[in-house]
Ligand binder design. Structure first.
Ligand code: 3UK
Length: 528
């Protein structure tokens, strides 16, 4: 096989990699050979960029990183907003044999200090916007790495980029080599660096973007989830790059207004959101206009991930826009979505069926597969799973079980093969000896017209027995009252098994969430 190429085995659809494989070549340089130099790869409110320009900037960036003394296998922490520079740094590093580690841009100095120390990075690259948070982290680190502010215009970095060579030979690598890391925030504990290989991005592009979404070079991708999140990294960077398609980038905070504006302006064909944002978008749509089956004429599909998409949101979105939201579950460890609904095969309220190429099994406490219809722990096997967590053998041993990865989620599979999310294993509660899935009860509460968001946690009653308690955020204009609390309890009681209804309902103005928007139920449990 020619170096840096990929072949799909026609017999079993498995992906074969050339023995010498630097993944920057098929993602970036291949497009020049395939005649896309003039094609637009990135669109932003500040202008467009072509595949030809991208390939040149990637080379310049790789050369600058090397000239700064960042060696093969060294880590570069990236605290970079969604902009073309993110692509240059990420791929320039990989092409030069350096390991990029893009991290959440919304963290505090203490978090960055932890990641600098934990990753033992040689370089921190950051957008000017984050200087005030990044500088104290650098100063406080055990061993201060080099740093570079990658603001555009007249910055010293921009001058370096201009004066360096636009040619760069790909560093020798193989498909199994470490390529990039992503810190997994999880809902508890210290972030862990998931080490991804050269092959992993290719696998998600072939098996999910192409096979499930049917992506082609005609597509234009817009992701409300940012690039630092594995979900956004695929949606708005690796998928469009792999397919020779186009990405829309924005550094603005996602809101209903921001997404509607960008969809109108750039006419994406694929939109990637998260459930909380779909709910907020629906509120805005429902307040503003009549149902419009052509509300977003450019879109052919919408995708949701990050948390379970309530069936109610699916139905209302379909009613208002005529569009199907394809819910799928992914994780930082698997890099992208491994169980998903599809345009021609979906079941609202479920995560769908395994993406071809991935295997899913639901097991009990002793690791034995459970019967259909029984809840258990979801394990996944696939070619894009992280090799390990950096420097953390204990967490690696808990999560990477041979070639299976423990998602930490509780799931149930039905007769037809659809997988339904029940909650994080740590969030499940036993009431009267029977399991309660927070996700199920929250989904019911969500159908009540006054409810914007809800979280269910276990709460001790007077007998010190665990019962469900609901924390509820009401929609604007809805007043909290004892009567409404009772009404909500009853609303659940009438719609599911009696042990599951919330015995208490507390109204709150917001729910505690991780930086990627997942509800931190453990924080609610320890409120009081
Ligand atoms: C939860 C879901 C129900 C689940 C991600 C798409 O979310 C992503 O990665 P993270 O590492 O979190 C993983 C955990 O999030 N989850 C994600 N999607 C769903 N639960 N339904 C869903 N559709 O607990 C999972 O273990 O932040 C999502 C692509 C790439 C990703 N990294």
């Amino acid at each position: 096989m020619q170096a840096n190429t990929v072949a799909i085995d026609p017999t079993d659809s498995s992906i074969q990699f050339a023995p010498r494989f630097n993944v920057a070549v098929p993602f970036i340089d291949r497009h020049l050979a395939e005649g896309r130099a003039q094609k637009i790869v990135i669109r932003t409110v500040n202008g467009d960029m072509t595949y030809g320009q991208l390939a040149e900037q990637v080379n310049r960036c790789g050369n600058v990183l090397r000239s700064m003394g960042v060696g093969t296998g060294h880590r570069m922490l990236m605290i970079v907003k969604d902009c073309p520079e993110f692509f240059f740094l990420f791929w320039g590093a990989i092409k030069a044999g350096i390991v990029p580690v893009p991290v959440n841009t919304l963290l505090r100095a203490a978090d960055y200090q932890y990641m600098i120390d934990d990753s033992e990075c040689t370089l921190v690259a950051y957008s000017a916007e984050y200087a005030q948070t990044v500088e104290p982290a650098l100063a406080g680190a055990e061993r201060t790495p080099q740093s570079v502010c990658v603001a555009g215009g007249d910055s010293p970095y921009a001058a370096l980029i201009r004066s360096t060579s636009a040619e760069l030979e790909p560093a020798p690598a193989s498909a199994e080599d470490a390529c990039f890391w992503l810190y997994s925030s999880g809902s508890t504990g210290r972030p862990k660096g998931a080490v991804h290989r050269q092959r992993d991005m290719v696998v998600t592009c072939v098996q999910y973007a192409q096979a499930v979404l049917g992506m082609t070079e005609e597509d234009v991708c817009f992701s409300a989830a940012k690039l630092f999140f594995a979900y956004g990294l695929g949606n708005a960077m690796t998928f469009p790059l792999w397919c020779g398609a186009t990405a829309v980038l924005s550094d603005q905070r996602p809101s209903p207004e921001m997404t509607f504006e960008l969809i109108e302006r750039f006419r994406p064909t694929l939109y990637f959101g998260v459930p909380t944002l779909y709910a907020a978008q629906l509120l805005a749509l429902e307040q503003e206009k009549e149902q419009d089956p052509h509300a977003f004429p450019s879109l052919r599909a919408c995708v949701s991930a990050g948390e379970a998409l309530p069936a109610e949101v699916f139905r209302r979105w379909k009613a208002y826009t005529g569009l199907t939201i394809l819910d799928g579950i992914g994780s930082t460890e698997m890099l992208h979505i491994f169980i998903s609904n599809r345009s021609d095969d979906y079941k609202p309220g479920t995560s769908g069926r395994p993406v071809p190429g991935y295997e899913a099994k639901i097991v009990d406490e002793s690791g034995q597969p459970v019967a259909v219809g029984e809840m258990g722990r979801l394990l996944i096997r696939g070619q894009s799973g992280a090799a390990c967590y950096w420097n953390n053998p204990e967490k690696t041993a808990q999560t990477m079980l041979g070639d299976w990865i423990n998602t930490g989620d509780t799931y149930v599979q039905d007769e037809a093969g659809y997988f339904t999310y029940c909650g994080r294993a740590d969030d499940m509660l036993k009431v009267s000896g029977q399991w309660v899935s927070p996700a199920e009860v929250e989904g019911i509460l969500f159908e009540h017209p006054a409810v914007l968001e809800a979280a269910i946690v276990g709460w001790e009653d007077d007998n010190r027995l665990l019962k469900p308690k609901a924390f509820v955020v009401l929609k604007a204009g809805q007043a909290a009252s004892v009567e409404l609390a009772q009404e909500l309890s009853l609303f659940v009681k009438e719609r599911t098994l009696p042990h599951k209804y919330p015995r208490w309902v507390e109204f709150v103005s917001e729910l505690p969430k991780t930086a990627t928007g997942k509800i931190q139920r453990y924080k609610l449990r320890t409120l009081e």
